[in-house]
Design a protein around this ligand. Structure first.
Ligand code: VGL
Ligand code: ZN
Length: 212
């Protein structure tokens, strides 16, 4: 099997205490470290915003995080300022094993458009290069884990399906924001309906032990 692992946005700002903390987000880091050795290709994405990014409430006087506006024809949820390029909050989580990461894909750098997916921006206008990279690596299956289940993980998984990969989510390696209660469950349903299979890291470790 030519499997690639995608580590989605395992950055300080998404961990407890961070600017856009995902509840229990830190708990996925040991999972990420445990499964990495199972994959021949490991890539990571980093949310990488300029300080005045359009998705930040602070960029729109009078607006608060959680409100929605329209930017360049797309509905945008406004967030607390997070993952500003080169800031401590944008760095990969300090407990994350990084020596196996083959390549990092940055997203959300265009001030005018957000990018939840690590394949394309939210308008599907520009590719990050991840799809081409995975094809160059001859990956046919992709496994995802990371933050947040109901945003970047979900949109990455759906794009991965659309790009023609067999897509698996490592469920215990993901945590969500649940801005509205039920968002995470709805995201999982959407992914399942699109053909994503949900697995646990222990299933994966057991499967791999069998085939070795
Ligand atoms: C994310 C909201 C804003 C994520 C990134 O990584 O899920 N969510 N930017
Ligand atoms: Zn962001």
């Amino acid at each position: 099997m030519n499997g690639a692992l995608i580590l989605v946005d395992l950055q300080n700002d998404f961990l407890p205490g961070g600017a856009l903390e995902v509840p229990d987000g830190d708990q996925v880091i040991p999972v990420a470290n445990r499964v990495q050795p199972l994959f021949e290709v490991v890539v990571a994405s980093q949310d990488w915003h300029p300080a005045d990014h359009g998705s930040f409430a602070a960029s729109h006087p009078g607006k608060q995080p959680g409100e929605q506006i329209e930017i360049a024809g797309l509905t945008q949820i406004l967030w607390a300022t997070h993952c500003v390029q080169d800031s401590e909050g944008a760095r990969l989580a300090s407990g994350l094993e990084t020596s196996r990461i083959d390549r990092i894909f940055y997203k959300g750098s265009d001030p005018q458009i957000d990018s939840y997916s690590c394949f394309y921006d939210n308008g599907h206008r520009r590719a990050t290069g991840l799809g081409d990279y995975l094809r160059e690596q001859r990956a046919t299956e992709v496994y995802l884990l990371g933050l947040a289940t109901d945003y970047c993980v979900k949109f990455s998984a759906l794009d991965a399906v659309a790009e023609g990969f067999a897509v698996h989510l490592i469920l215990d390696g993901c945590r969500g924001i649940d801005l509205e209660t039920g968002d995470v469950d709805r995201a999982l349903d959407e992914m399942r309906e699109a053909g994503v299979t949900l697995k646990s890291s222990s299933d994966l470790l057991a499967e791999r032990a069998d085939t070795d």
